[in-house]
Structure formats: C-alpha cells, structure tokens
Design a protein around this ligand. Structure first.
Ligand code: TEU
Length: 556
C-alpha cells in the first residue's frame, strides 16, 4: 500500500460558529479562525475539517445550504475564506470543506423553483410524492423527530426531508442533481480547497417505491435509505467525474449506521470511492434499541470489541477514521473518561488511544484542552434543533418527566460540543466581545487554552507531544493491530507492529490503580517508554497502572 499524506495526517475539526468571533457579534467567523491558525500550527495538526460555512438560514446551523458557492454572512465573505485558505496553506495546514448534498436548505433557489409548480424543471431535483389515503406517502421518520414528509399546499404534494423540514432531500436519481454536485466540488477544488467531509454520505440513494419501514424506537425507514441500492454507483460516478481528477484531494464520508463490510466498499484502497468513512458503532453503544434518547452504559469490553473489530477488519483493505467527538456528539472526557477528578489524565488517555490506532485521527475543537459537557439548567438554554424537537416530542407531547429528560439532554445533546471554544479566563472565555450565540461553559475559568499552554502537564501540551509522536512513528499510523486481554473490563491493551517496529499500548480506563505486568502481555527482550500521561509511568516489572494511565512502550 503506498503511504498517502491523508493517512499520516492528524485532522482538527472546527465548528466555525463556536470557534472564535473576530467582530463581536457573538458568532464565530472565518477571520476568527485566521486569528487562531498559529495556535493550531503549535498543536501540530495537518488538516482542518471546516463544518459548513456556506450561505445558510441556519435551521440546522449551516447543514441547510442555500448557496453552495458563497459564504454565510455571519461567518464573513468569500474573500475572508480565500484569505483563510491562503493563511492555512502558508502553515502547511490543508482545509477540508463539509459537503452537505443529501439535502439543501428550503431557501435554496432549486427548491424555491421546485415547489412553485409540478412542471418546474427543478421539480425532480427533490423527492415529491402524492398523499396516500390522505396521509404521508410512507411511515419514514426524520432523524430530528416526527414524519420525514412535509405537505406543500401550493402543489398539493409531500416532499421528503430526513432531517428538519427546512432541509428537503435531493433526488440523487436525477443525473442533473449529480452533475450539479460534481460542479460544486470542482468549484472549490479548483480554488485550492484540499477535499471534503461528505455529510450523511450513505443516505443519498433511496429504495425505489419508498416502502414503509419496520416500526422501531429509532428512525423508521432507515433500511430503505441507508446504504441504498445505487449508493456505490453514485460514488463510482463521483470518483470518475471528480475525485480521480484531483489525485491529492482527501475525502471522508459520514456514514450513519454503516457496518464494517459496507465500509470496505466506501473506503477500500481500490474500490474507487472515498478515502475513509466515519462509522458510528462505538458512538451508539450508549443507547438502547437505536433510540439516542434512551441511555445505557456500555461495558468496556463492548467498546473495545467494536474498536478492535474496525482495526482488524479494515487492515490492508480500507482506511479507517478515528474519532471520539465531533459537533454532534457529547464531549469525550464526559462520555468515555472522567470529567471530574481525573479530567486531565482521562482526556490524555483517550487521545493516546486515538493516536496509536490505525486510521486518520480527528480531534474536535476543544478536545485538545479537555473541554467537558455543559449542564445547562433549562431547555431554554439550548439552541440545537435536534434537542428542541425531541423535547417537544418526548416531554411536551409525550409526557416524559422534564427533570429526568433534562438529564438525558445534558448527557446526549449536541450543544455539549457547541459551547464556545474556551480560549482564556476573560469574559466569554475570550471567544467574543459580544453576547455569545450559545452560553459559554461556566468552567472556562479553569479550563481554557491559555492556561493549558502555560501548564507543562496540561492536556494541550500532552496532545502536542502525542501528535509529534504519531508523526514520528510509522508503526502508530500503519502498524497491524492485535488486542491483548480482550476480556479485561478495566484495561485496553494492544500491540502495533510495522516491520521490525513494535509498540505496546496500555490504557487504564478506570479511576483505580490496576495491576499490570508487561511480561504477561508481550514477549520482548527490551522495552522502553515511548510516551505516557504520567511522569512516573509503570515500568517493565509487574506493577500498578495509575488511574487512567496511558503508557506506550517500544518493544524489541
Ligand atoms: O449528521 C447526521 C446524523 O446522523 C446526525 O443527525 C446524528 O445522527 C445525530 O445528530 C447524532 O449524532 C450530519 C451532521 O453531522 C449534523 O450536524 C446534521 O445535523 C445532519 O447531518 C443533517 O445535515
């Protein structure tokens, strides 16, 4: 396998709205990102994945696009974007844009024309259907609660929206829609953008006839629009028309619910589709029956089994992505670690795991300083449309106990990841001189980038060291993965081998000391510590791992 740049890269995801506000309107913007490029260069990242910054009415904070070739007013102008791209490239940082083409905004000119008349030339850009017996065409539900269909009185038909009704699904069966997408991709690539993250990339193809789905507590109809019948044809066409013509570009697809065998098709080294996909098996273990709002606590062995499976199944066949957080997920230290006494140690441990696995690691903004979930006291403090819709359905209409459901929102809600980046301990955490669009996490006085950069044992300075280690250690990037003691409910231990290089990664997932013996875990003649989140890590003799200790050994 030829080693590609995007395999060795470490990616940093920016949610522009919450990253840095340069003009005091309380909303992050592109010039704010330029202000922080030196910070990112110091961290050592190679790529920025920029959540959508195109023109949008922000029904879903930019994931509802009304003009794919212009920048959302709150974030700045096209010239601001070109400056950001130029300044990032000066620092050897590449930029991926977030391509949201499963749906547009209902304020996109295509949809405005489409809904005007059944004879519109844009009618077939979207998915319109007659009512059936006076009701929706089928029983599909939206990811954001309620029916996936909206009645349009003007032309007396329903249109499909797998997300909110201001996000009508595009009809990918229509070759004109696909060529519009190829042109959008070329527009940005020809201007120097380095690639794309493809939003819900595996939902584009819907099963003909749009049959009713099996009634479940999760999204209904998923079996008829996830990994649909033509999805791989669409990606082969994308590859032929665009990707193959830009050999240095990078693509990562967000593949909601994808299984590992399907991922081998999307991200295979020779399947001519994308470079890699985000999977969701490890980030849906904490829900019951596909219901994101029915929380459970998975055992460590469940978590390890999933991650180890993706390591071994893709090895040599396809490339993996590695993430623990993003703009849709809770903060990793609150979800998988310990955001109290052992916040620093557990944040470092989690990212030691992420940066010593095979695949491209993604660090979501704020994870590098161990930002935590926020426990807003009231539903009115939240912004996210997904949160407000589920509250309406489960509490207001469904009668769920508000106090109990508030705890679910505080754990699961996407706004946990969207509170403003905590830069320093001044007002609004240095994010804005205006009133932030979403309240800052009150713990910003203790948890902020400025404090971390000054503190030798901070999460930030450890993350810097970890990224440098990964850049210097091909075994950490490409090595074969072999789990050791999979039955342990306290430790995650695995070996990485690449030629003569061998690493042993030892992770304590508990707040208690745990006995460990290197000799019991691996054969070696010599061993030395490569990196550890403790100043005095466990040695090569039998001993105890400290709470949330992460230690990586070179073995010979
Ligand atoms: O998310 C797709 C998706 O599946 C999410 O709705 C996810 O399941 C849920 O939010 C919990 O993880 C993508 C974007 O990442 C998300 O921000 C958008 O809201 C959504 O698509 C629609 O574009």
């Amino acid at each position: 396998m030829i080693e590609k740049w995007w395999q060795k890269a470490v990616v940093y995801q920016i949610y522009p709205r919450s990253f840095m506000d340069s003009d005091g309107d309380g909303i992050g913007d592109l010039n704010g990102i330029v202000m922080k490029l030196d910070y990112l260069q110091e961290l050592g990242i190679d790529v920025i994945w920029l959540s959508p910054c195109y023109k949008s009415p922000n029904a879903d904070n930019g994931y509802d696009i009304s003009d794919y070739r212009d920048i959302m007013e709150e974030f700045g102008t096209l010239n601001d974007f070109w400056q950001l791209l130029e300044e990032a490239h000066k620092r050897n940082i590449r930029i991926l844009m977030d391509l949201v083409v499963n749906h547009t905004s209902d304020e996109h000119p295509w949809f405005i024309e489409s809904r005007k008349s059944r004879d519109s030339k844009f009618r077939d850009y979207y998915i319109w259907r007659d009512a059936v017996d006076g009701h929706e065409p089928n029983n599909w539900t939206s990811f954001f609660s309620g029916s996936a269909w909206k009645w349009d009185e003007e032309t007396k038909q329903y249109y499909l929206h797998l997300f909110v009704d201001k996000q009508p699904d595009l009809n990918w069966e229509n070759p004109s829609v696909r060529s519009e997408v190829w042109n959008i991709m070329r527009y940005w690539l020809d201007k120097g953008v380095d690639g794309f993250r493809l939003d819900v990339c595996n939902l584009y193809s819907k099963t003909p006839g749009l049959p009713d789905g099996k009634v479940t507590k999760g999204v209904i109809g998923r079996e008829y629009f996830q990994d649909g019948p033509k999805i791989h044809d669409y990606f082969h066409e994308m590859y032929d028309k665009v990707i193959s013509r830009y050999p240095e570009m990078m693509t990562v697809g967000e593949a909601s619910g994808v299984a590992v065998n399907e991922a081998k098709k999307y991200a295979g080294f020779d399947t001519h589709e994308m470079n890699m996909v985000f999977q969701f098996e490890h980030t849906t273990l904490d829900q019951n029956n596909g219901d994101r709002w029915d929380i459970r606590k998975p055992r460590l062995t469940e978590f390890k089994r999933v991650l180890s499976k993706w390591q071994t199944e893709l090895d040599g066949v396809a490339w993996n992505s590695l993430y623990l957080a993003n703009h849709d997920q809770p903060r990793s230290v609150s979800r998988f670690g310990n955001d109290g006494k052992y916040r620093r140690e557990s944040a470092k441990m989690l990212y030691t795991m992420l940066l010593t696995m095979q695949g491209t690691p993604y660090i979501y903004q704020g994870e590098e300083i161990g930002m935590t979930n926020v426990k807003f006291p009231s539903i009115d403090c939240y912004n996210d449309v997904e949160i407000h819709n589920i509250w309406q359905k489960r509490v207001v209409e469904g009668g769920a106990d508000p106090e109990e459901f508030m705890k679910v929102i505080q754990y699961r809600g996407r706004d946990n990841a969207r509170t403003p980046m905590q830069w320093d301990d001044t007002e609004n955490a240095g994010f804005s001189t205006g009133k932030p669009w979403l309240s800052v996490n009150p713990n910003y006085r203790e948890i902020n980038a400025e404090a971390d950069r000054k503190s030798p044992d901070s999460v930030f300075n450890y993350m810097k060291e970890l990224i440098r280690f990964r850049h210097e250690t091909p075994a950490a990037v490409f090595g074969h993965f072999e789990e050791i003691c999979p039955e342990s409910e306290t430790l995650y231990v695995y070996q990485r081998t690449y030629g003569d290089d061998r690493l042993l990664v030892v992770l304590n997932f508990t707040d208690q000391p745990q006995e460990f013996s290197l000799a019991d875990a691996a054969d070696f003649s010599a061993a030395e510590v490569a990196i550890s989140n403790y100043k005095k890590p466990i040695g090569t003799e039998k001993g105890c791992l400290q709470p949330y200790e992460a230690t990586v050994f070179y073995l010979r």
